[in-house]
Design a protein around this ligand. Sequence first.
Ligand SMILES: Cc1cc2nc3c(=O)[nH]c(=O)nc-3n(C[C@H](O)[C@H](O)[C@H](O)COP(=O)(O)O)c2cc1C
Length: 381
Amino acid sequence: MKLINADDAREMARRRLPRIFFDYIDGGSFDEATLRANRADFGRWQLVQKVLVNPEKRDLSTSFLGERHPLPFMLGPVGFLGLYAGKGEREAARAAHAAGLPLCLSSFSIASLAELRRETTGSLHFQLYILKDRSLCEELLLEAEKAGVHTLFLTVDTAITSVREKDLRNGFRSLTKVSPALLLQMLMRPSWFADIMRAGAPQVGAVAHRPEFGKGVLEQVSNLSRSIDQTLSWRDVAWLRQRWRGRLVVKGILSTNDALRAKQEGADAVVISNHGGRQLDCATSTISVLPEIAGAVGDGLEILIDGGFRRGSDVVKALALGADGVLLGRAYAFGLAAAGSSGVSAMIEAIATEIDITLALMGIASVDELKSLGTSVLRPA
Ligand SMILES: Cc1cc2nc3c(=O)[nH]c(=O)nc-3n(C[C@H](O)[C@H](O)[C@H](O)COP(=O)(O)O)c2cc1C
């Protein structure tokens, strides 16, 4: 099967992964209403075609997070990449860096930041959850500094973990050991199994050296999930702002008030995000709140967005509606599960090509021109 678009990657990942991991990536919370809205609401806008002005070549480069990037998107934090493909974090980073894009490593990863830094030289950002044990947060921040990370993403929408019913059924996060049913699932996916085993028995990198989190990966996942601090508040953002000298991005914002508060607390950027429809079910889609937030925050706070981005036209709409840049989530995670690093590259290339063709057909020469044209290139559907 050829990986032409993100749906292909999803289908190939479904065939390749044990169900417990496919469902973990694919699922959303409760009725999955927000998960669906993230995709469906791109349909609220149509693109304006403009003919006979096509420049020979489009320039897709643009600036976000204080740097120039060859494409207007990056790979966002997705937990446990190393369970979807052997050395999954390294494979995703390789593909990102080959395209000149940053990868934001989740603090819930199989590879630790230090390990990943040894294996790659491109741009790495780091995503932090505030854990009850602040000494572990401190350790992670020090590790980030040592690894030359300049940009830290603080995820603020998961202090309380929502219910993803597929995970509940499959036992993801509650299983602490491989059950006979899970073993059977894994053995029925021999090429995935061999790939993972070649990379060595997986551990959660951030806590592998801490015996209190348990030995096996399932036990570590379960304990780490429970260790997120449910009392997370703006005070913690202020603490982190004082503690972290680099760029600070607050991820998980869905309202103008919260975006303005993040700016007031010294954040450099926010990610408009509902965690891919995995947290507050029935929350708004991210694309639908983007215009309001982008219109209100003014200078001094960059606006990034994620949630449901699968097509180049989704990215074009977000940039026209005021986003500085986009984060990919499942689109690349499925690419990774489908075909490792080359699957991630296929997704980056597919979305980049779609952006290029979309701009050409809209008579727009560059991503920067698109940003300056803004909503004039959109029509309400
Ligand atoms: C399997 C999976 C794991 C995720 N893990 C994290 C994580 O560890 N940290 C984080 O900030 N966001 C995490 N997210 C949320 C993503 O960063 C992003 O907000 C979301 O995937 C965007 O939606 P999309 O997947 O529809 O593009 C995860 C998402 C998925 C699908």
